[in-house]
Write a protein that binds this ligand. Structure first.
Ligand code: V47
Length: 367
């Protein structure tokens, strides 16, 4: 072991990780600046195996993006539309119910619903959506509505975030997905999503959810104008909240897909596999209080997602079935992977596939 790490510039970080010591902001910067991807990956794999053994999680789920009408107009987004714009849509409650039921030949355990900020949709619509899905699929988990949507409804109805979240919970919500976090730094938000809630507010909504027993996920949109400092700052802020509440389940880094977005004109190219692996591995090392790091195959591709299983990732998300946000922005992946395809990816990486539900309860293993 000593011999293996003799020449790395990260020798002291290797020692800290092996001693299970917390990494600092400066350590995080050094990870992101380092080109020693294999050492970072080795360490992330080591930490991941302490937490998850050889298990790799996946879920049989279905995404529903109920409306793309959105008042926020984020510059990184190809999904949002003005109400009159070509391609604008808002699914009715019947259509949402139909989609929830239109699954492939697999027993889904989770419906994941997120959409734009559509001024025509009031709290009642959201509550009715949850109740309908719960009624037709009583045994599934519902993960729905980002912190951004929660804040929007709270403001529209003059309610507190707690009140909106409690109403969601009563109507059948199980957890909040991690979208809308982007990069917390105000400098970045002013440039790429000036109308969106602040990073502080995003964290506040999640903290409120955790307080009333709603578990949540967290994301970071990377590969655009953010600096390495801003990436590390984002991760440390998530780690601090997790220290206080323990309410986060998984972290999912999302690579920026520029096609069809207002930011396409900046000439930014897509992230590289090297970047993607480094972010996944560095997140595993910095987020020492998160159990799960997800490699979202929809955005990084199934092949890289499979390789990421030796770079600190223990979760491949799921079957998805239908996805609009990444595909409007040029994702070249399928919208659906079958359960068997996911199992094959995991097994041929030498790991044990574990089907989970939203809360990481085991539904089946081995296969
Ligand atoms: O909130 C939008 C991001 C998110 C682009 O919680 C983009 O388990 C890249 O949050 N390029 C939606 N990303 C997806 C999401 C998610 C996905 C899978 C699992 C979970 C979970 C959450 O996608 C948005 C935004 O941050 N996004 N546009 C784009 N052009």
């Amino acid at each position: 072991m000593e011999e293996l790490f003799r020449n790395t510039e990260l020798k002291d970080i290797v020692e800290k990780v092996m001693a299970q010591e917390r990494l600092t902001f400066e350590d995080g910067m050094r990870l992101f600046k380092s080109e020693d991807l294999l050492t970072i990956g080795y360490l992330a794999n080591h930490v991941c195996r302490i937490k998850n053994g050889d298990n790799v999680h996946f879920i049989v789920n279905r995404h529903i993006n109920h409306t793309n009408i959105c008042t926020n107009k984020c510059k990184f987004c190809a999904f949002g539309r003005d109400p009159e714009e070509k391609g604008a849509y808002a699914l009715s409650l019947d259509e949402i119910e139909e989609k929830a039921l239109a699954v492939k030949n697999e027993q889904i355990t989770e419906i994941h619903i997120v959409g734009g900020l559509n001024p025509d949709l009031k709290l009642d619509f959201y509550l009715e959506t949850l109740k309908r899905v719960r009624r037709v699929l009583p045994n599934i988990n519902i993960t729905a509505f980002t912190a951004v949507e929660v804040d929007y409804l709270a403001k529209q109805h003059n309610m507190s975030v707690q009140e909106v979240l409690s109403a969601f919970k009563k109507a059948g919500l199980d957890s909040l997905p991690g979208g809308g976090a982007e990069v917390f730094a105000p400098r970045v938000r002013e440039r790429i999503c000036e109308k969106k809630i602040s990073g502080e507010r995003w964290l506040e909504v999640h903290e409120n959810a955790h307080k009333i027993g709603i578990k949540t996920n967290a994301t970071m949109l990377y590969g655009h104008i953010e600096t390495l400092e801003e990436r590390v700052d984002h991760l440390i802020k998530l780690r601090e909240l997790q220290d206080r509440t323990g309410g986060f389940m998984a972290f999912i880094p999302l690579p920026f897909l520029p096609k069809n977005t207002p930011m396409e004109s900046l000439g930014l190219s897509r992230t590289t596999g090297y970047d993607d692996l480094k972010i996944l591995a560095a997140s595993r090392l910095l987020l020492d209080n998160f159990d799960h790091i997800k490699g979202y195959w929809i955005m990084i591709g199934p092949k890289l997602a499979q390789v990421s299983l030796t770079f600190g990732v223990d979760d491949l998300d799921g079957t998805v079935v239908e996805e609009q946000i990444a595909h409007d922005a040029g994702a070249d992946t399928e919208q659906y992977l079958s359960k068997n395809q996911i199992i094959k990816l995991i097994k041929s990486a030498g790991r044990i596939p574990v089907e989970r539900d939203t809360m990481y309860n085991v539904i089946g293993e081995g296969f």
